[in-house]
Design a binder for this molecule. Structure first.
Ligand SMILES: Nc1nc2c(ncn2[C@@H]2O[C@H](COP(=O)(O)OP(=O)(O)OP(=O)(O)O)[C@@H](O)[C@H]2O)c(=O)[nH]1
Ligand SMILES: [Mg+2]
Length: 687
C-alpha cells in the first residue's frame, strides 16, 4: 500500500457513451494492471463485468479500476453515464478526490455532461476534462474546447494538443514540457513537435503559462521580466491551481486506440489532488451531534464512508469503503456509528472488475471492499468505537418511474426477498404496496432501470415477474350537501331484519377524511345500533359509490331513523347506514379527484417548445420556466395519470437529453369528461 500522498482517487463521469469505461480499460491494460485489453464493444469489458452491462453495452454500476503507475496507486471509479443510474455517480463522487469529465470530440457537451458537471459543482470537487474519440470522423478538438469554455468556465486550460485529427489522429503534444508523442498500440514514442503545429503550440503554451503564473506573484514577476521559468516551479504551481479548482486541465486522446492514455496517467500522478488535498466533509459525533474534524492522515482515528454495496455471487454482500481518515486492518472490529452497532471486518480486498486483490491494511485515501458486514448499509460511516463519527449521508435522487408488479401465484415471497436484496445494492429504487389500489409498486429512475432490476431478479433469484402500468389511486368526494334515507326491511322466514336511517352528507374542508356526527334525538335509533350505522358507512367509503375508489373528506350527520323492537340488529343498521350514505353521496355533487404531481423538467433550450406542448396535452399547469446555463428548467403541476410513462415520452421528445423529477403535490378534482371515462372503466371492471 502506498502512503496517502501516493494515492489518487479519480471519478470518471460523463454523458453516456463518451468513453469512460473504454478509457479505464485502456488504463488498466496499458499500465500492466491487467493482461488483456477489455472492450465494451466486444462485450468483454473488465469493468462492465455484469452480464446486463455487457449485453446492453452501457455501465450500470460504478466499478473500480486500481492501477499502479510510477509508484502511485490510482483508483479510477468508472461510473455509468446513463441517466437512470445517476445514483452511482453521486456515490462515486463521495469516494473520489477529483472528477474527470469525459467529453466526446464529436458530440461535445451533452445533457449528461451538464448534469455531472453540476454534481461536481455541488460537491465542490476539482475536475479535469478528457476530450475523447479524437480518432472519429468529424472530431474537432478546438471546437469542443470553445464549446466547453462557453458552457462551463474560462478556467479550462489544455495541457495537451492533438496531433492530427480523425483517422490521422496519432498523438499529443505536452504543452508544459514542450514534447510531442506519437502512439502505436498505446505505446508513446517521443517525436519532434510537427512543424505545422509550432504556432499553435506556442499560442496555447502561453495561454497555459498565463493561467499558471497569474496566481503566483513570484512566478508572475519573473514571467513579466522575461526570465526563463523552470519546469518544476511551473508544474508545482499548476498542480496547486488544479487542486484549488482554479485551473481545469484539459487532456485528450482516443481511449479505444490507447492514444494519450499513458500520458493521462502521468497527468494524474503529477497534478491531481491527493486525498490530503481534499477537504473532508464536516462529520458529527452521533452521541452529542457536535462537529468532528477529520483529517485525511494515516495516524488519525479511523473513519470510512460506505459508498456502495454489491452482492457478489461468490462472497455474498460486499461493502465498498472510502477510508477518510486513519487506518484499518483485515479481521478487525469496527463501529458502525450510523447504526450504532459493532461490525467484524473480515478480509479487506481491492475490487478490480470481478476480481479481488487481498490486502491486510488500508489507510486514509484508500478505496477497499469488505465482505459480509451484517448491518451496514450504503451511506453508513464505519469508525472506532472510542472515536465515534458520522459522515454526511449520500443524497440519492427520488425514483420517478413506477410499474405495478404482477407476480404469478406462489412467487410473491421469492420476489419480495429478491427485491429487498437488490435494494441493498441500489438505493435509487423502492418497492411498496399502494394500499389504495392494492398493487405492489416498483419505483425506479426510468424504463431501463426497471428493466435491469427485473432482469437481475430473474437472473439472480430465478423469478420472472410481469408488470403493468400502475392504477391511479383516484379518490371520490363530494362538493355539495344532500340527504339520504334508507329503510332496510326483510321478511324472509324466521326473524326479520329492520333498520331505518336518515342522514346528511357534506364536504369536509379541514383535511380530515371522515367525520361522523350523531344527532339522534329521543332514541329514534337506539344507542347500541349507532356504531353499526357508522361502520356501514365506513365500509362503503373503502369502495366509493361512483367508481369504487376510496371516499375522502366527507362529513356525515345522522339525524333520524326508526327501529323494530324484535327485528332490528347491528347488521340491519349497517346495511341501512351504507345504503343511505350511497344515496346521499350520489346526490351531493360527487366528484373524482386525482393525485397531481409537482414536476420539474430540465431540457436543452431547443426542446422547450416541444416539451411544453407535450405537457399542455398532459393537462399540465405550467408554474414557471427559468434558464440554468443552456438548460431550461420547467416547473409544472401535472396529474399523475398523465405522467405514468413520462420517462419514455420525455426521452423520445428530447432524444434522451431531458431529465425530470416528480413529487406528490395534492389531490385535485378530475374534469368531467375524464371522470366519466374513469367511472365507465370502473363499471366495466365490476362486471
Ligand atoms: N472511435 C472511438 N470510439 C470510442 C472511443 N472511446 C470509446 N469509444 C466507443 O464508444 C462507445 C461507448 O464507450 P464506453 O466506454 O462504453 O462509454 P461510457 O462512457 O463508459 O458509456 P456509459 O457506461 O454508458 O456511460 C463504445 O462503442 C466504444 O467502443 C474512442 O476513443 N474512439
Ligand atoms: Mg461505461
Amino acid at each position: 500500500m502506498s502512503s496517502v500522498d501516493k494515492i489518487r482517487n479519480v471519478g470518471f463521469i460523463s454523458h453516456s457513451g463518451a468513453g469512460k469505461t473504454s478509457l479505464a480499460e485502456s488504463m488498466l491494460y496499458l499500465s500492466g494492471a491487467t493482461d488483456r485489453w477489455g472492450s465494451v464493444d466486444d462485450q468483454n469489458s473488465i469493468l462492465d463485468s455484469d452480464s446486463e452491462e455487457r449485453e446492453r453495452q452501457v455501465s450500470i454500476d460504478a466499478a473500480i479500476a486500481p492501477i499502479t503507475w510510477r509508484d502511485h496507486t490510482i483508483n479510477i471509479v468508472d461510473t455509468p453515464g446513463f441517466f437512470d443510474f445517476v445514483g452511482e455517480v453521486r456515490s462515486a463522487l463521495r469516494a473520489t478526490d477529483m472528477a474527470v469529465v469525459t467529453v466526446e470530440a464529436v458530440a461535445g457537451v451533452e445533457v449528461g455532461t451538464e448534469l455531472v458537471w453540476s454534481y461536481a459543482d455541488e460537491y465542490e470537487m476539482p475536475r479535469s476534462v478528457f476530450i475523447n474519440k479524437l480518432d472519429r470522423e468529424n472530431a474537432d478538438f478546438y471546437k469542443i474546447l470553445d464549446q466547453l469554455r462557453e458552457y462551463f468556465s474560462d478556467s479550462l486550460a489544455p495541457l495537451q494538443l492533438p496531433i492530427g485529427s480523425e483517422k490521422d489522429f496519432s498523438g499529443i503534444v505536452d504543452l508544459l514540457h514542450e514534447k510531442a508523442y506519437q502512439y502505436n498500440d498505446g505505446e508513446a514514442e517521443e517525436i519532434d513537435i510537427p512543424d505545422d503545429m509550432v504556432g499553435e503550440v506556442e499560442e496555447y503554451r502561453e495561454e497555459l503559462l498565463d493561467a499558471i503564473v497569474e496566481r503566483d506573484d513570484e512566478l508572475l514577476m519573473m514571467y513579466l521580466e522575461g526570465e526563463e521559468l523552470d519546469e518544476e516551479s511551473l508544474a508545482n504551481a499548476l498542480r496547486e491551481a488544479i487542486v484549488e479548482g482554479e485551473v481545469v486541465p484539459v487532456v485528450c486522446g482516443a481511449a479505444t486506440a490507447g492514444i494519450g492514455v499513458n500520458k493521462f496517467l502521468d497527468v494524474i500522478v503529477e497534478y491531481f489532488p491527493t486525498p490530503e488535498d481534499f477537504p473532508v466533509p464536516t462529520a458529527t459525533n452521533p452521541e452529542d451531534d457536535s462537529e468532528v474534524d477529520l483529517t485525511p492522515e494515516e495516524d488519525a482515528p479511523f473513519a470510512a464512508l460506505v459508498f456502495k454495496t454489491m452482492t457478489d455471487p461468490y462472497v455474498g454482500r460486499l461493502s465498498l469503503l472510502r477510508v477518510v481518515s486513519g487506518r484499518v486492518s483485515s479481521d478487525s472490529e469496527v463501529y458502525n456509528a450510523s447504526q450504532g452497532v459493532e461490525e467484524d471486518l473480515g478480509q479487506l480486498f481491492i475490487p478490480k472488475g470481478e476480481d479481488q486483490i487481498e490486502v491486510d491494511e488500508a489507510i486514509a485515501g484508500d478505496i477497499i471492499a469488505v465482505a459480509k458486514l451484517q448491518e451496514t448499509e450504503t451511506g453508513d460511516t464505519l469508525c472506532n468505537e472510542d472515536a465515534p463519527v458520522v459522515l454526511p449521508r449520500i443524497q440519492f435522487p427520488d425514483p420517478v418511474y413506477d410499474v405495478a408488479l404482477k407476480p404469478e401465484r406462489g412467487d410473491e415471497d421469492k420476489i419480495g426477498s429478491g427485491l429487498s436484496r437488490l435494494v441493498e445494492e441500489d438505493p435509487t429504487f423502492e418497492v411498496y404496496r399502494n394500499t389504495e389500489t392494492n398493487e405492489q409498486i416498483l419505483s425506479g429512475m426510468g424504463e431501463t432501470h426497471v428493466s435491469v432490476i427485473l432482469s437481475r431478479l430473474e437472473r439472480k433469484f430465478g423469478v420472472n415477474v410481469g408488470v403493468s402500468v400502475p392504477k391511479i389511486p383516484y379518490r371520490e368526494t363530494i362538493r355539495g350537501q344532500a340527504n339520504g334515507h334508507h329503510r332496510h326491511k326483510k321478511q324472509s322466514g324466521g326473524r326479520g331484519q329492520f333498520g331505518e336511517v336518515y342522514l346528511t352528507v357534506s364536504p369536509l374542508t379541514d383535511g380530515e377524511d371522515f367525520e361522523f356526527v350523531d344527532e339522534i334525538f329521543g332514541g329514534a335509533i337506539p344507542n347500541q345500533f349507532i356504531p353499526a350505522v357508522e361502520k356501514g358507512i365506513k365500509e362503503t367509503m373503502h369502495e366509493g359509490p361512483l367508481a369504487s375508489y376510496p371516499v375522502t373528506e366527507v362529513k356525515v350527520t345522522l339525524y333520524d331513523g326508526s327501529y323494530h323492537p324484535v327485528d332490528s340488529s347491528e347488521q340491519a343498521f349497517k346495511t341501512a347506514g351504507a345504503q343511505a350514505f350511497r344515496k346521499a353521496f350520489l346526490e351531493a355533487e360527487p366528484v373524482i379527484s386525482e393525485p397531481v404531481m409537482d414536476v420539474e423538467v430540465r431540457v436543452p433550450e431547443e426542446y422547450m417548445g416541444d416539451v411544453i406542448g407535450d405537457l399542455n396535452r398532459k393537462r399540465a399547469k405550467i408554474q414557471g420556466m427559468e434558464p440554468e446555463g443552456n438548460t431550461q428548467v420547467i416547473r409544472a403541476k401535472v396529474p399523475a395519470a398523465e405522467m405514468a410513462r413520462y420517462a419514455i415520452d420525455l426521452r423520445s421528445i428530447t432524444q434522451g437529453r431531458g431529465t425530470y423529477t416528480l413529487e406528490f403535490s395534492s389531490y385535485e378534482v378530475v374534469p368531467q369528461d375524464i371522470a366519466e371515462g374513469i367511472i365507465e372503466k370502473a363499471q366495466e371492471e365490476e362486471n
